[in-house]
Design a protein around this ligand. Structure first.
Ligand SMILES: *[C@@H]1O[C@H](CO)[C@@H](O)[C@H](O)[C@H]1NC(C)=O
Ligand SMILES: *[C@@H]1O[C@H](CO)[C@@H](O)[C@H](O)[C@H]1NC(C)=O
Ligand SMILES: *[C@@H]1O[C@H](CO)[C@@H](O)[C@H](O)[C@H]1NC(C)=O
Ligand SMILES: *[C@@H]1O[C@H](CO)[C@@H](O)[C@H](O)[C@H]1NC(C)=O
Length: 459
């Protein structure tokens, strides 16, 4: 257990003035609507036994999107459709249980067909795929089974179907773009016809963020318009570290959609963050990006087998986590350092979202709200050390004078380890800044690449 030991804190982080060129900004005069926890989702991470992780771990962080399909159940009897219908059923039961858990908290749920199929990287090299040798009968029978199970289990509310995960990687085993888009077209029309428009059909769920000159993006976007199978959400992943940035995805997707004459749809990055970015600083950076670009985000998950169905993708720990004595069914959960970031994001950053920009170097970003009586700013580096400035402009729009002084409270969001317990952010105290010109600037030093910070001032 990590206790907030104020006596150990020697550095107050709301340091006055401008010291470095790289600045993130908050525009207090720009209102961007009510917060909706766009980044509070995750893939897998939910135990197959409902209620195993206590309610408040979901509700405190504003859980709003899940994604699963019974992946990584590896024992004979639970390996997916390619091993026969009975082996499919165990995976479906796991997905159904995770769906019910998600709906309990009002979250939507993406059902992963590649997991139900058994192509979750546990398959052997002779595993069949939809449309192999031009034969679609095995896939058509699979869709018949999935549709029937969704209907029988009244699973349509809040359901998305993700037709295939990361087809350009190991999950599609070099079948190529043509066979994949034909599967998409075939599956899309079958599912839409049977389930209607209330069940969203989402894709392409490529591991590669939107890119020009990429045969998978080009193949998909070139196909779905003429095939009348435009996804209800455009989905992709941001799990490649320095090369992955929603800012670039946003502008590249915009230009791709325009060149293929396709409509805008809601965007959903249904896996975000590498393992090393899954620390409070990285979480705050991603949250800032998702909120700015109005994109849904689901945390990536870097565990495997039964631990994949546990820990809410890094937000909780428990005794023996990550050791040989780990038990998938044991309780005793506690919050991690990242949990505290999402809790603050959901429970404290209420009111109205404010306009923001990230630092020009892409390494630092802010998410800010105005509660009506206080401005609350969460900030994070992309899991790196460094020093950046924060400038808040248009203070007069908050009813403050254009020059004067502001007292800022700083909170620190520490991280101890992947499963390490952190029970609360640390209040680092208050610093008063004098300002003029209707804006105030201070600087933030990230001595640790994993810590995030929040700043609050009243108005
Ligand atoms: C490979 O997997 C398929 C199912 O995809 C199974 O029918 C087959 O028996 C497996 N082969 C070996 C050698 O395990
Ligand atoms: C969409 O593509 C699938 C697979 O190629 C095909 O079977 C279907 O007829 C196409 N539908 C339309 C409306 O073009
Ligand atoms: C880009 O971001 C804006 C918000 O700044 C959002 O409304 C829009 O949907 C995004 N578009 C794409 C294609 O990502
Ligand atoms: C967040 O809000 C809760 C409930 O109002 C409050 O108890 C807590 O102190 C706040 N946390 C911070 C870091 O301000």
């Amino acid at each position: 257990m990590l206790l907030p030991l104020l006596s150990c804190v020697t550095l107050l982080l709301a340091n006055s003035g401008t010291v470095f060129a790289q600045t993130a900004t908050v525009d207090a005069a720009v209102s961007r609507g009510t917060p909706a926890n766009l980044a509070s989702g995750w893939i897998y991470g939910i135990p197959d036994t409902q209620g195993q992780i206590p309610d408040h771990f979901y509700s405190d962080v504003g859980y709003r999107y899940g994604r699963a399909g019974g992946a990584q159940l590896v024992k004979p009897g639970e390996r997916g459709w390619i091993w026969g219908v009975n082996e499919y059923k165990s995976r479906f039961q796991s997905a159904l249980s995770n769906y019910k858990t998600s709906r309990k908290y009002g979250a939507r749920f993406q059902l992963l067909l590649h997991d139900l199929w058994g192509a979750d990287s546990t398959q052997n090299s002779s595993a069949p795929y939809p449309g192999d040798n031009g034969n679609w009968a095995f896939y058509d029978a699979f869709l018949t089974q999935v549709i029937s199970d969704i209907q029988t289990n009244a699973m349509m509310n809040g359901l998305d179907i993700d037709l295939w995960n990361e087809p350009e990687g190991i999950y599609w085993k070099n079948r190529g773009v043509g066979q994949w888009v034909n599967m998409w077209g075939r599956g899309f029309h079958r599912l839409r016809g049977a389930l209607g428009t209330a069940v969203l059909l989402v894709g392409p769920s490529l591991a590669t963020p939107p890119a020009t000159g990429n045969s998978w993006w080009d193949g998909f976007l070139g196909f779905v318009g003429t095939n009348a199978s435009i996804p209800d959400q455009y989905t992709w992943h941001l799990e490649c570290g320095a090369g992955c940035d929603l800012k670039a995805s946003n502008s590249t997707l915009k230009s791709l959609l325009s060149s293929y004459n396709l409509p805008n749809r809601p965007n959903n990055v249904n896996e975000y963050g590498t393992g090393s970015e899954q620390v409070p600083s990285g979480a705050a950076w991603y949250i800032s990006r998702f909120e700015r670009y109005d994109t849904l985000g689901l945390r990536g998950n870097w565990l495997s087998t039964t631990a994949l169905h546990d820990f809410l993708a890094g937000l909780v720990g428990k005794p023996n986590a990550g050791t040989s004595a780990y038990s998938a069914t044991a309780g005793g959960y506690w919050p991690t350092g990242e949990f505290q970031v999402y809790k603050y994001y959901h429970l404290n950053q209420t009111g109205t979202r404010l306009g923001t920009t990230g630092s020009a170097d892409g390494g630092f970003d802010v998410y800010a709200t105005n509660t009506g009586s206080a401005v609350k700013i969460l900030c994070g580096s992309k899991a790196k050390t460094g020093t950046w400035d924060i400038t808040v402009t248009n203070l007069k729009s908050l009813g403050l004078p254009s020059s004067g002084s502001i007292t800022i409270t700083t909170y620190e969001f520490p991280w101890t380890s992947q499963f390490g317990e952190v029970d609360t952010p640390v209040n680092l105290g208050q610093v008063t800044h004098t300002y003029s010109g209707d804006s105030v600037t201070w600087w933030v030093k990230f001595s640790s690449s994993s810590t995030a910070y929040a700043f609050e001032f009243s108005h």
